[in-house]
Design a protein around this ligand. Sequence first.
Ligand code: SAH
Ligand code: SF4
Ligand code: F3S
Length: 466
Amino acid sequence: MSNGPRTFHIRTFGCQMNEHDSERLAGLLLADGLVPAEGDATADVVVLNTCTIRENADLKLYSALGHLKAAKAARPGLQVVVAGCLAQRERGAIADRAPWVDVVVGTHNLTATPGLLARAATEGPVVAVLDAPDPEVARDATPALSAVRDVPYAAWMTIQTGCDNSCSYCIVPDVRGGEISRPLTDLVAEAELLASRGVTEVTLLGQNVNSYGRDLTGRGPLFAELLRAVGSVEGIERIRFTSPHPKDLRPETIAAMAETSAVCPQLHLPLQSGSDRMLTAMRRGYRAERYLERVAAARAAIEDLALTTDIIVGYPGETDEDFEATLEVAAAADYDSAFTFIFSPRAGTRAATLTDQFVPDEIVRERFARLKDLLDRSALAHHAARVGRREEVLVEGPSKRAVDVWSGYTRQGKLTHFPASSDVRVRPGALVAVDIEQAAPHFLRGSVAEVVRAPRHRVRIPLSVS
Ligand code: SAH
Ligand code: SF4
Ligand code: F3S
């Protein structure tokens, strides 16, 4: 190992909240004197930030750990950290299955990781998982303020951790604890700081953002107020959020979305099932009709709204009739796009005990394909409707497929590709107007018509070395 500063690499397996946790952890490791490594092959510290929402998330960790065992044998100074939701859930089991792991740290004390690494260096493997969150730690603004973000023009902000709901299939409340909201003034200050650094787009994160603030005030939720407050921060031009729960989507929130120009016309409203019988079994707290009423209210108030969702196929006891109801509601909701999941039993949840009602694999697969087909068709129809329009796109940079094709997202959240421009202002972080020429189910294609605004963040100009 070199004598320079120790290096770290973080691999993230989970949702956006998990990704943002990784950014916050990166900031804490930097503050502790470590520097980012090129990749996990050279890092002195490798952190696996895990997810356990479905079984395939668990499998990914164990496969990654298998690779790291060999790396650790070759590089004895390497420290391996397993953090995040699976670490919270499995605790000692990870240390038993993979005794070469140095630190297992849970979701409630991620910020303790730098200290735990130092402890493990002298004492050997440490498992540090707390049963419950400490509200003071969850509300501390410091890790968010020092987060190391992937891009300088867009940022995630966790507004609330945990979940007070008890959807029968879901492991999140077990691994993230109950809802804790960060103070509104801290969040506005953070948005101001981000804007002063040139961030134009923020995405507010929580498991049930509609109930943001309920734990702070003891009165009604504050989410609508938060949207308006962040929307009034100068420089923040786009606000997105995920996820609101359909049962708590209040008229105040819809009004705040409609009246705050920075809030993007995009709503991710997880349906899960279109069958009332399934929704009751899942303990979702709404019926299909209520869901569709809220969608109609949002569409009526918010111009050009793009609607997206999550749907689970094959929940225990799901009959053909239940599934047909899901197809019907999905057709009526007319989604722009959707994430579809096959039910995955999670030990510790109620749904996992209903083994006698599990739906056979072939039936689930057939239903999944039918649903996907319907959703792909409605996605394509929504994309086709954008052809001929001029859309504002926040430029991300070269696309994954080709360097001469760049991409970014429209205000509705649609991935858009366009030919690279010779205009130097068309840089990552710029807002450009794109004429949409072509539609595919998962992206749009067009060409840059004009630059709306050059990037706001400062771009480092490389020093020329002669
Ligand atoms: N709090 C968010 C959901 C977070 S989990 C919300 O309620 O919107 C993201 C999605 O994973 C859920 O919406 C659900 O569709 C899916 N999911 C959660 N648990 C699952 C399970 N056990 N099997 C399959 N899909 C699941
Ligand atoms: Fe899970 Fe339901 Fe909470 Fe979402 S609202 S995190 S699905 S328990
Ligand atoms: Fe996964 Fe945890 Fe997110 S279980 S989906 S990383 S909250």
